[in-house]
Design a protein around this ligand. Sequence first.
Ligand code: NAP
Length: 247
Amino acid sequence: MTTLTPTALVTGGSRGIGRAVALTLAREGYQVFLTYVSKPQEAEAVAAEIAAAGGRAAAFQLNVGDAAAVASFFAEQIKDKVDLAVLVNNAGITRDGFLVRMKEADFDAVLGVNLRGAFVCLREAAKIMSRQRHGRIISISSVVGQMGNACQANYAAAKAGLLGLTKSAAKELAARNITVNAVAPGFIETDMTAVLPEEVKKSYADAIPLKRLGTAQNVADAVAFLASDRAEYITGQVLAVNGGMYC
Ligand code: NAP
């Protein structure tokens, strides 16, 4: 019988938190499959960095908002080809705006990637992990899903939805030795928050007990813990990585 390579799939692994997660899980010994939607050079650079350090990685273009493409990807690249040890649902977007002016298209786009995309990846991964009788699924939610945020009704709804998805999937998949958890970052220095004006970032930092925004590595370390054997009895949980801003 051939032994399949333990593999971690990281959606949106080309930049920011996903990039840090991909590099960290590669250091933990996983082959890493990372996906991107619009930035092939960044994604290939992450895969090359992993390879240069002696690891194994491949980058794939995959829009998680396209359920048919996700199903094809799992059928062609994952099923019977690798041991899908870890899925990290990280791909995410924002379309911020005042609630009263928010267009349905902006609501649907954010729910489509952050929540529906995570659901579709989780569903496809669960089919494969159920047959394997092991697996770790970790979804990147947000402090905004826990406490809400002005001008982010769509994003908050998606990230809160991820928590319900996580807790339900944890109950359903435990019998198959699959754990399902969420990480809820606070404000983290990435492209997503780089668009915020400096005074807004400073006001966020002032309101955080640890007095700074977090790093992508801070989040990646939490993901690596939940993926590790040390977290084998943890499922259905939300691990906040937020500098104490919401306890
Ligand atoms: P980022 O720097 O904007 O990177 C987003 C990543 O998602 C990129 O790799 C991007 O790919 C990918 N992506 C976007 N749309 C996609 C789609 N439709 N299908 C597949 N991949 C897609 O974001 P980040 O700050 O690292 O955030 C990563 C996750 O953490 C997100 O879920 C975000 O909501 C969450 N989060 C972030 C913060 C924060 O403060 N930064 C806080 C809490 C939670 P391309 O490079 O190809 O565009």
